[in-house]
Design a protein around this ligand. Structure first.
Ligand SMILES: Nc1ncnc2c1ncn2[C@@H]1O[C@H](COP(=O)(O)OP(=O)(O)OP(=O)(O)O)[C@@H](O)[C@H]1O
Length: 258
């Protein structure tokens, strides 16, 4: 008769903070195109990581994996609930700013009245007071971005994936929005994965800048920013870090060509 031995107790499941992102050697193909390959990135809860990289290197693909909109073909992606703010603001043109902002709550099953009541108090804080009933076409680009950001925030997820949130704005609105985002995250910290083409923006907003190689994208350099907020583009430390990040990006691009 076989002796039954008690199997050792399974280790307790690790209590992973829902704000943590772990991407380990992730690869994602689209047909013959390998968008990202062997990409590894770890983000701590509450950390803001800015991702920069050449056009088409797989930045949006990375965000989609983190948000669970697609799965890697190889490797692992572990992340808590994440809300995506896509490249274009994608506001519903026929709905008011308030209803656009409240959309995430409606999707979660809240009544229209409750969703509006939850979204309305944030309008003043987001510089949108008085525009609750305006349609997106009547708002400036910066205001539309703020409505889109508010909608992403109201989804109540611990992780925000922002895909070039300010790319469509002129330089002044962009600087305003960068300052505003620094304030918004100070008030309501979240884990943020911010994709941007703009290395200066990455240094202004990130705790860390992750540099991607050309496609197939991998993280090839990480630069810790470690400066108190708010930061300004003219600060010597910001200028120096911007130079380092630019050099890392140039090296990544040149390395891929060699
Ligand atoms: N759904 C898809 N179907 C087919 N190909 C795709 C899809 N999504 C992305 N790709 C391809 O994968 C590659 C990476 O695209 P992705 O949008 O992730 O790059 P990106 O770095 O965000 O680009 P950009 O800087 O231009 O915004 C590109 O070659 C793109 O054409």
């Amino acid at each position: 008769m076989q002796t039954q031995t008690a199997s050792p107790a399974a280790p307790p499941p690790t209590q992973t903070d829902p704000g943590v992102i772990r991407v380990e050697r992730a690869t994602r193909h689209f047909g013959a195109v390998t968008a990202i390959e062997d990409l590894t990135l770890a983000v701590r809860a509450g950390e803001v990581v800015a991702v920069v990289g050449p056009s088409g290197c797989g930045k949006s693909t990375l965000l989609e994996l983190v948000c669970g909109l697609s799965a890697p073909d190889a490797g692992r992606v572990d992340a808590g609930p994440a809300a995506l703010m896509p490249q274009r603001d994608l506001l519903l043109p026929w709905a008011s700013a308030l209803d656009n902002a409240a959309l995430a709550l409606r999707v979660r099953g809240e009544s229209k009245a409750k969703a509006r009541a939850a979204a309305a108090p944030a309008f003043a804080e987001f510089g949108l007071a008085g525009f609750e009933r305006s349609r997106p076409a009547a708002l400036s680009g910066g205001m539309r971005q703020r409505v889109a950001f508010l909608r992403t925030l109201l989804a109540g997820k611990p992780i925000l994936c922002l895909d070039e949130p300010f790319a469509s704005l002129d330089a002044i609105s962009r600087a305003d929005m960068q300052a505003w985002l620094q304030g918004a995250l100070a008030r309501e910290p979240r884990t943020v994965l911010l994709v941007t083409h703009d290395v200066e923006e990455a240094v202004l907003l990130g705790d860390r800048v992750a540099v991607m190689s050309p496609r197939p994208g991998r993280i090839v350099a990480e630069i810790a920013v470690g400066l108190p907020r708010p930061r300004t583009a003219t600060q010597p430390e910001v200028v120096a870090l911007r130079g380092r990040a630019m050099a890392a990006l140039a090296a990544a691009t040149a390395g891929a060509r060699a």
